[in-house]
Design a protein around this ligand. Structure first.
Ligand SMILES: [Zn+2]
Ligand SMILES: [Zn+2]
Length: 272
């Protein structure tokens, strides 16, 4: 009887909540006609973003083998350096898929409503399980961890987006969470140039005293991987303290630029 009453109450509560704030698409904020997190158009755009190709290795972000500039260590997980759902496009991108992928990352960073995080975490969990099955690895032997958000970021947005992602991924996949890192005082990564990021990241994180990482394998979850400096610093901390492996997982990774061949300087003519 008690169970039935609480069930009835929760149905009533979600009905009232729907009336007060009807569910909206996490990307375009349009009202949703059906349950879920994204509207059908944004879902299609996101699927399109997942099929965008890398200019260097011509693979999708999920199977891209390119190494971000500051990722120095290698993991045991096949030829892949990390797992990402999409590429992270620049602010001036025009492709609708790129725009949708970018907006999703910002929604995960800025909106404490869990709907965008739920969508991203579900996609990531699905890809993770698929990848581990393909590599014939037992995902239950791994742990998930994350570089924590700065206090300033938490004050501004009221939550830690990576912590939110990690708890949802753990819910969907059953992988255990281990909090490993503390954040020391330092500058925010997004304010720095690529070279500065590397130096800053190396001194920004420390290993928590009670984190027992020895012989364990870790998935390091971050929303965006740009230069790779943050995940590299976190992986180095884990590996130097005896962890067996560290593999980065993110929603979006920066696309590597194709380098143009250097143009030869024009020859100087003797009569000039
Ligand atoms: Zn939408
Ligand atoms: Zn690539």
């Amino acid at each position: 009887m008690k169970h039935k009453i609480s069930q009835l109450l929760s149905v009533l509560l979600s009905f009232i909540l729907n009336l007060v704030s009807p569910p909206k698409c996490a990307i375009c904020k349009d009202l949703l006609e059906e349950s879920g997190e994204l509207c059908p158009i944004c879902l299609e755009y996101f699927a399109h973003a997942m099929n965008r190709r890398c200019p260097i290795c011509a693979k999708t972000a999920r199977s891209c083998t390119c190494r971000p500039r500051y990722m120095q260590y290698t993991t045991e997980l096949g030829s892949k350096r990390m797992l990402a759902l999409t590429y992270f496009a620049k602010a001036d991108c025009t492709d609708p898929g790129d725009i949708a992928a970018r907006k999703l990352v910002y929604a995960v960073k800025k909106s404490s409503s869990r709907s965008c995080a739920r969508f991203a975490a579900r996609q990531l969990s699905h890809e993770l399980l698929k990848f581990f099955a393909k590599e014939k690895l037992d995902i239950s032997k791994w742990y998930i961890t994350y570089p924590p958000r700065s206090n300033e970021g938490i004050r501004t947005y009221g939550f830690d987006q990576s912590k939110q992602l990690v708890s949802l991924i753990s819910e969907y996949t059953g992988i255990k969470i281990m909090k490993c890192f503390k954040r020391k005082k330092g500058k925010m990564q997004k304010l720095l140039s690529t070279t500065e990021r590397k130096m800053n990241a190396d001194s920004l994180y420390g290993l928590l005293k009670d984190a027992d990482v020895r012989d364990k394998r870790f998935l390091i979850i971050d929303d965006v991987i740009t230069s790779g400096a943050t995940v590299n610093a976190c992986a180095a901390l884990l590996l130097h303290n005896g962890a067996a492996d560290a593999f980065p997982v993110c929603i979006s990774r920066m696309k590597k630029k194709k380098r143009l061949p250097k143009r030869k300087a024009p020859k100087k003519l003797w009569f000039r």
